[in-house]
Design a protein around this ligand. Structure first.
Ligand code: ADP
Length: 474
């Protein structure tokens, strides 16, 4: 039995801001049944109720700080919590609406040091799997400390945009020798870069789709770290995330009424969800026009700008739009203006609402995901299970998981529509093609839906690929 520690700042259902939480909350429980003994190590946020099982001292710069260790069980997986209320009893995980916490360098360097120390004190050795910049120092400690030489590490990049870059002064908090503050180490143009620490430190690096793993080695998507990533390309692998089919399944979806549940053989429930959504949001009167859905963080990354630049086309094309999201105030305001330009046709809901997210995915005919870049993306995977046809920008995980109608000769493979150039016109043309297909080729549309249902986006499949990586270094 191999021991594997997941060092992470999020895991569903304990704490979540993005896909990172899904990976760290789901993958360990699957590994449990595949010959591994997984354990999660994460911060003890104030929302997590747990029992204290130990304590230790952890250094941060010149100080020694006291840490409480908590323990809970998550679907058969042990979770160890690093208790430091001054750092982790906060309103948000990384910041508030007004920005990131000013002491995020201290918070996550401390967490990385504490997690490493905790692991080092255990009797057995094994693998350490760290996630995103918050824990980037962990693989670096494993690589550089002789007392950790029996361990191997994997580092996963969930989103390269956020790198944990801090002034050089923060380096002294790490306890590392100054020789590591170099271009071969954790320094990046005179600053401390914690994402880079993970990339240069880990034995293997993964990211959340094969296409994104190639894109991040280019200047366009590499966020400045492309040459570091290129230097590690032999050890870099892309693995698409799975989805939680216990909640994202139209036959048992807890957010659909009994009459609304559906499956590939009987899609009646899907029509009911659509009708109920159109009524609830005063979008009725659409006849047989498609309902286009969108659920997203409202950030530049998500391609909201392409919608705003196509206001006229969107108002003129057939279809009703239901958009749910929160995020950057400027994009929220832009979408609200779009809504005003076509009342009764476009509804924008500024909220974070799990139930409505499920219902939009379930009731929509088309789903819009024009992300500028997308490491993996989850909603296009959900859509496949719900007979909802995605329109996406062909990038990252979207390129790997949506097969464009025009890209394949084989009608049995196509699952959606995608555009290559990130330009308003390309997006508009693809949207028009999807709308015409919906209207003019109902039989082919059914085929697209059926092809989606056939796809296997389960965690079991992704877990197999992670196991291959773990086996290669242990
Ligand atoms: P990212 O992690 O970049 O935000 P993903 O597509 O990987 O993008 O995951 C986003 C997840 O968050 C999806 O499950 C999506 O449905 C959900 N989500 C995003 N915005 C909202 C919202 N406003 N309300 C409910 N769920 C949302």
């Amino acid at each position: 039995m191999k021991k594997i520690w997941f060092v992470t700042t999020e895991a569903v259902p304990l704490a979540k801001t993005g896909g990172l939480a899904d990976v760290c909350g789901t993958l360990p429980s699957i590994l449990n049944s595949r010959g591994f003994v997984p354990e999660i190590i994460m911060p003890w946020y104030k929302t997590i109720e747990a029992k204290q099982v130990g304590r230790m001292m952890v250094r941060l710069g010149a100080e020694n700080r006291y840490v409480r260790i908590g323990r809970i069980d998550l679907a058969g997986v042990e979770v160890k919590l690093i208790g430091a209320p001054q750092f982790f009893h906060r309103e948000g995980l990384y910041g508030t609406e007004s920005g990131s916490y000013a002491d995020n360098d201290r918070r996550f360097i401390f967490f990385s040091r504490a997690a490493t120390k905790y692991i080092q004190r255990q009797e057995n050795t094994g693998l350490i799997h760290a996630h995103d910049w918050f824990t980037g120092l962990v693989p670096f400690y494993v690589k550089t400390r002789p007392e950790l030489s029996e361990f191997a590490s994997v580092f996963t990049i969930h989103n390269l945009r956020h790198q944990g870059q801090f002034a050089a002064d923060s380096f002294r908090l790490t306890g590392l020798d100054w020789k590591h503050f170099s271009p071969q180490g954790v320094e990046y143009y005179g600053q401390l870069n914690l994402m880079k620490a993970g990339i240069v430190g880990a034995d293997r690096i993964t990211t959340v789709s094969p296409t994104y793993s190639r894109e991040i080695q280019t200047q366009e998507f590499g966020e400045g770290l492309e040459s570091v990533l290129r230097s590690r390309r032999e050890d870099l692998t892309g693995i698409v995330n799975g989805i939680d089919t216990r909640t994202w399944n139209p036959e048992i979806d807890p957010y659909l009424g009994e009459e609304e549940k559906f499956g590939p053989e009987d899609m009646g429930g899907k029509d009911k969800v659509k009708t109920n959504l159109l009524d609830k949001f005063s979008l009725a009167g659409a006849g047989d026009e498609p309902l286009v859905g969108m659920v997203s963080r409202l950030a530049e990354q998500k391609g909201i700008r392409l919608l705003l630049q196509n206001e006229q086309a969107i108002t003129n094309l057939p279809g009703r739009w239901l958009i749910l999201g929160t995020g950057e105030p400027e994009l929220e305001a832009g979408l609200k203006r779009l809504e005003k330009s076509a009342p009764g046709k476009i509804k924008v809901i500024i909220d974070f609402n799990e139930k409505l997210a499920h219902r939009i995915v379930a009731g929509s005919d088309l789903y819009c995901m024009p992300s500028r870049f997308e490491p993996c993306g989850l909603n296009q995977l959900y859509c496949a299970q719900y007979g909802t046809v995605p329109v996406v920008h062909r990038t990252g995980g979207l390129a790997d998981t949506v097969v464009d109608v025009r890209e394949t000769e084989d009608a049995g493979r196509a699952t959606g529509f995608s555009f290559t150039k990130y330009k308003p016109r390309s997006f508009r043309k693809t949207l028009e093609a999807a709308m015409s297909c919906y209207h003019d080729q109902p039989e082919f549309w059914k085929q697209l839906q059926a092809n989606g249902f056939e796809k296997d986006f389960s965690w079991e499949k992704s877990a197999e690929q992670y196991v291959e990586i773990y086996d290669s270094i242990s």
